[in-house]
Design a protein. Sequence first.
Length: 424
Amino acid sequence: MTAYDSIFEYVNTLTIIDSHEHLPSWEHRRETETDILREYLAHYFSNDLMAAGMTFQQVEAIRDPGKPLMERWKAVEPYWKLARNTAYGRALDLTVRSLYGADRIDGSTVEGLNEAFVKTLAPGHSQYRKVLKEMSRIEYSVLDNDLDYDPTYFRTSFSIDNLIFFKNWKCLDDMECDTGICLTSFDDWLEACTLELDHACEQGAVALKLHAAYRRSLYFANTPYHEAEACFRNVLEQRKGPTWNPVLPQSTQAFQDYMLHYIMRYANQRGLTCQIHTGLQESGRNLIANSDPSLLSNLFIQYPNVKFDLFHIGYPYQHVMSALGKMFANVYLDMCWAHIISPAACINALDDWLDSVPVSKIIAFGGDYIIPDAVYAHQLMARRNISKVLAQKVEDGIFDLDDAKWMAKRMFYDNPKSIFETGK
């Protein structure tokens, strides 16, 4: 038996913790007026189809279950063939191979696959139990920002973006409704935000979550109270007018900067974990430089009791992540999403990280999917990638097999448990 075979055999038996998901928080909330093309193109692979030449409008038409399945398949097939090689595409083929017994999604299989998929939506059928528990052996997944969740399958994070960014006047109305505080001053807003954070913790949130790299740079300057207060006062003044225009992120940057530090002070006092999106932004057409994880360094220094869980290997900043994990005791390197962005990048990153960063800092897997079926394929790809790197280290004489297996369990289970469960 090779080192890889031995390690993978062990890794494939591990119960794991999934650091990040976007699944419906209860299975009965899954969409039922759907089919396999709508479901499987709800996330990720549709972006590769557009990178291959499809327009957004064409993808939307393919997602429409009201149109004949084969008609839609014929329209998407040329682009699917061009993009099938990507990890997103391979993950879907691995999904249908493992769950439904078809070699891959193509013109000869899509109708039968659709029939099998639709059966999983029937009342009484638990695809969550089958995929997440029985096949994937996931103890729990950390959902992105949903405090009403099924604890059989999930824990949750709490998005702090709603405390930092304004979309329109309804954000203020919602805050007043949620907290019972009439927002007439910046201090009112701070009090309301504290109540929201307290409520999230009381409801069992295991982490705070920041998605800001989709909107702005991850560098949040220390900003004086009076500058943030002036921004907020301007927002209140706009609210009084006959119309309310959307608030542009750049118009409230001082407010955003102050609020992020205010929330980090809260997290620092309580030793909370903060999950942060770094690297590639899903859906494309964004500024990748905004998501460079090195922009967060001032936060790592200023808030040493906050555990910073940096997402997506920072792709394409994975070597920057290595340096941050080495420099800061409170920085953790999370491989969520990344195994389906680029398996090669994950393998190379982990090879580097295991040479430079304590193994206690690395989190091996987070599915980051909207669709439950594909979580199985993603975790299997993650188990294979981790096993490949560890096997190479064993073959190079750096670790022995027992060390490699111990490290695998640390990365898949012990490390995420340590930052999501206080006192563990």
